[in-house]
Design a protein around this ligand. Sequence first.
Ligand SMILES: Cc1cc2nc3c(=O)[nH]c(=O)nc-3n(C[C@H](O)[C@H](O)[C@H](O)COP(=O)(O)OP(=O)(O)OC[C@H]3O[C@@H](n4cnc5c(N)ncnc54)[C@H](O)[C@@H]3O)c2cc1C
Length: 355
Amino acid sequence: MADVVVIGAGVIGASIGWHLRRLGVRDVLLVDRAAGPGEGSTGRATGGFRAQFSTEVNVRLSLLSREKLLRFQEDTGVDPGYLQAGYLWLARTEEQLSILRDAQRVQHRCGLHEAVILKRADIARVNPHVRTDDIVGAAFCPTDGYIRPLEILRGYLQDANVRWNAPIAAVRRDAVALADGSEIACGAIVNAAGAWAARIAEVPVTPLRRQVATTPPTDVLPPDTPMTIWADDGFHVRPRDGRVLVLAPGDDAGWLDRMRGLTQKRVPPLRGVTIEFGWDGLYEMSPDNHAILGRLRDDLYVANGSSGHGVMHSPAIGQLLAELIVHGAARSLDIHALRPSRFVEGRPNRAPDLL
Ligand SMILES: Cc1cc2nc3c(=O)[nH]c(=O)nc-3n(C[C@H](O)[C@H](O)[C@H](O)COP(=O)(O)OP(=O)(O)OC[C@H]3O[C@@H](n4cnc5c(N)ncnc54)[C@H](O)[C@@H]3O)c2cc1C
């Protein structure tokens, strides 16, 4: 018997468990089918952190997470590696720039005043390593940057009670059923099964494969080079651990050649540097690219569908779901926009694909 069973011990489930314990829930059990930490999407994440989103709820999730990242080491004893290197979004058309500008109005309303629009001539000040002759302007936020997904997971798993190698086959009222036929009775259940969440309960989450390409060790981009994203095609470039990572949506046969071509064209210092396939993993997509957070029914709660932002939002999501379970409502933030019922109500969040 457990007070709460959390299905999935990735960064979201681990954060929920940690926050439940902090709110005084004594018997929290995390169950995961993997043999150990980091085998799901969390171990595949590149570790970007941004508050530059286009909807209020996403900006606020980031701001709450940022506050918590800044005291993460004090809270957990683990350094989350939060490096404020910034996120730079490059626009190649006035239309893209205007979408970035609209998003920035939302960000400013939420208190993210340091996010600014840059003219082309000013871009080199924050990232001198990229070509800007076909860029009309950019959005930049200096407090965005990088985090270390596996360290955040490690911090939240400290002192956690986790049962590994325990695939959950079904969720019942007041119990979860394991694949071996045994059951664990519990007061509440949380679905934190990441890209596989729809197999646990009726949440509209679909897996989306994302790939990362990487250079060999190189120092051509300093470690504090901002995450740089071309807004039109989502091509990203960033340094990590003495290499450079490049990525963009897609997993077709021509993807790697495309990454090589775009890198050569857009990042002159990387010309002649080898680009190879690095790794892949799954995003956990919801229909409107926003997390699905709340009570689904009875004592079944969901924390799913972060749509590729789950590591950066995990500190906030863990706190909010724990508040919901313990107090009956999320106290730190209004999470109405993330309610599971929004899709059947026909009221999804609306955001441009760009960010
Ligand atoms: C290439 C790539 C880059 C990314 N970059 C970023 C980034 O820069 N910043 C960012 O914030 N996010 C990023 N993400 C997204 C991020 O990885 C996810 O949003 C986040 O890890 C989701 O956390 P989670 O705990 O929900 O999922 P997971 O880490 O996948 O955890 C889910 C757990 O559930 C377990 N599980 C599943 N089914 C069952 C079952 N039936 N029974 C028991 N256990 C089960 C799994 O074993 C797994 O451990 C990236 C993802 C990828 C693939």
